[in-house]
Ligand binder design. Structure first.
Ligand code: FAD
Length: 339
């Protein structure tokens, strides 16, 4: 099959922020051979590469003088089943939420708390996606990736991926790897993680006393639908800032002024602050400046009210960062990949 290539293609409908930007060359790839062919094309045209999944963690601030490789590979299956645990594998272009639902239909427990995270399976390792007390690394086994410079196929195990909070080797070495497929180990029976956020309360409201994994997934979906803006209605990329890690001393200093500071233990001498709390406390929640703003219910989410550019979003983000730095002496880090 010949490669599906579009020249000067609009990326507007390929990023959940709904930002205008074009790709010099947009290539839709469906399998490993097409990925390799697209890499050869990039080399031939001397274009840098941008791998694109669902575009839900991207902030496009300009036209992309690049070959944009849109991952559309499909396929998921159980590789190994010992009756108690299964090794499952999914191709990079699979929709993450559909994949999670599929694992639940197979009677597998583990990914339910990660329901409804937008995007693809191949992007999940990039920032070690996480929600409601669970992250990809908790179930990750290995992945296959192509090295962009050499075209060599590598397999990465858990340790090699250097997963951390919203971080990985692949995020640190952006543009150097194309993740082709991911493998995870899931159990037929395992304890559920119900202690994070409003999960238990929601299950109670749903009248469920002894939840199974599908119940937890349903509760997670309900909470997310309620509190996060749907990108189809309001452009956004989810959390715009990471929760900052700060010293215990700094956290204590902030707490002296703000007794309700939201902070979680994060290793010796360090705590993780809730970035949303800092932004809300600084008065940014619901703020609007022209076509961009901060979501009314979720201070961590920046939104495109319609027709905004990536630079406008970035300018607002910089204002917020400067304000938080000045008020709390805390440095906020942008979560989406800025291009
Ligand atoms: C409403 C909303 C809620 C969200 N909630 C969460 C949440 O709870 N937890 C969370 O962790 N994230 C969350 N996100 C962020 C986002 O959904 C995840 O980061 C997701 O994994 C991004 O997937 P994607 O396919 O859209 O990646 P893209 O945005 O397409 O790409 C993200 C980055 O990964 C690279 N990339 C993509 N695919 C590959 C590949 N196959 N190989 C190599 N590099 C690749 C891209 O080049 C880019 O740098 C949310 C986003 C939105 C819009």
């Amino acid at each position: 099959m010949s490669l599906q290539v579009e020249e000067q293609a609009s990326l507007l409908r390929y990023n959940t922020f709904g930002l205008p930007a074009s790709a010099q060359c947009l290539v839709h790839v469906h399998d490993d051979d097409e990925v390799r062919a697209a890499l050869r094309l990039a080399l031939l045209r001397e274009l840098p590469l941008l791998v694109l999944g669902g575009g839900s963690n991207l902030l496009l601030t300009q036209d992309q003088q690049a070959l944009v490789m849109h991952m559309q590979s499909r396929g998921r299956h159980i590789v190994d089943d010992d009756g108690e645990h299964c090794l499952v594998e999914a191709q990079a272009g699979e929709n993450w939420h559909d994949f999670v639902q599929w694992t639940l239909q197979q009677g597998l427990v583990g990914l339910e708390n990660l329901s409804l995270i937008p995007g693809t399976v191949g992007a999940a390792p990039m920032q070690n996606i996480g929600a409601y007390g669970v992250e990809l690394a908790d179930h990750f086994v290995s992945l296959d990736a192509l090295h962009v410079a050499t075209g060599e196929l590598h397999q990465f195990d858990l340790g090699a991926c250097r997963f951390a909070y919203r971080d990985s080797l692949f995020k640190q070495q952006a543009g150097q790897w194309v993740i082709l497929r991911v493998r995870m180990r899931l159990a037929r029976h395992a304890p559920l993680h119900l202690d994070y956020g409003p999960l238990r309360g929601r299950l109670q409201v749903m009248g469920i006393e002894q939840p199974n994994a599908q119940d937890v997934a349903d509760a997670v979906c309900a909470i997310r639908r309620e509190k996060l803006p749907d990108p189809r209605e309001l452009g956004n990329a989810g959390s715009f800032f990471k929760n900052p890690l700060v010293s215990l001393t700094l956290a204590e200093r902030i707490r002296q002024q703000h007794a309700d500071l939201v902070a979680y233990p994060a290793g010796v001498g360090q705590v993780k602050l809730a970035a949303g709390w800092l932004i809300e406390r600084a008065g940014w929640k619901g703020y609007r400046e022209g076509r961009v703003g901060v979501h009314e219910q979720q201070a961590l989410v920046l939104v495109n009210h319609g027709g905004a550019s990536g630079s406008e979003v970035l300018a607002l983000a910089e204002k917020i960062r400067a304000d938080i730095r000045q008020r709390f002496a805390v440095e906020l880090e942008i979560e989406p990949n800025v291009r």
